[in-house]
Design a protein around this ligand. Structure first.
Ligand SMILES: [Zn+2]
Length: 165
């Protein structure tokens, strides 16, 4: 009396139905239809099952700072910091430029954040203006690992492995 019908082909299931996940929903199917989905137990740790479908429409955006990736990460408002420090010292871009042997036009572009300074220029600016332009908080964020970004499948897998030991 407890015989169930396969939710895919409609055949009566003898024995325990196979629970599989198709497109985010769990179905009870016969053995031969089990191959159409993934075993349910692999999904129990991932609450959001609709992700693959959504992902198909997600445009992969480059990270905003990608074009700076070879450079030290800069504080977000480095241009303003440079300008304020320079003005605090009563220097014009030309005067600052001659102190650190860079063109004033270049410094102006950096202050407008049109370009980000190379490490060598950044260090000269930091030294001359006594400011910090390298974004140390972002380094800390990377080093502290999983905090704040949630678990990934990889994390879950390693947690599982640890628990199995
Ligand atoms: Zn079936």
């Amino acid at each position: 009396m407890t015989e169930k019908q396969c939710e895919i082909c409609g055949a009566e299931i003898s024995g325990t139905p196979q629970k599989i996940v198709i497109d985010g929903s769990t179905m009870e199917v016969c053995k031969s239809c089990a191959r159409f989905g993934k075993p349910e137990d692999k999904f129990t740790l991932v609450p959001k099952k609709m992700v693959p479908a959504e992902r198909a429409f997600t445009v992969v955006r480059p990270k905003p700072r990608d074009h700076f990736k070879d450079l030290t990460e800069l504080v977000p408002d480095f241009g303003r910091k440079i300008r304020e420090a320079r003005e605090g010292l009563g220097l014009s871009p030309e005067e600052l430029g001659s102190r650190i042997k860079e063109k004033a036009a270049l410094l102006k572009k950096i202050e407008r954040e049109e370009i980000s300074p190379e490490d060598a220029i950044r260090k000269k600016l930091e030294k001359e203006l006594k400011i910090k332009l390298a974004d140390e908080t972002s380094e800390t964020r990377v080093k502290s690992g999983s905090s704040g970004r949630g678990l990934t499948l990889g994390d879950i897998a390693s947690i599982k492995r640890k628990n199995e030991r």
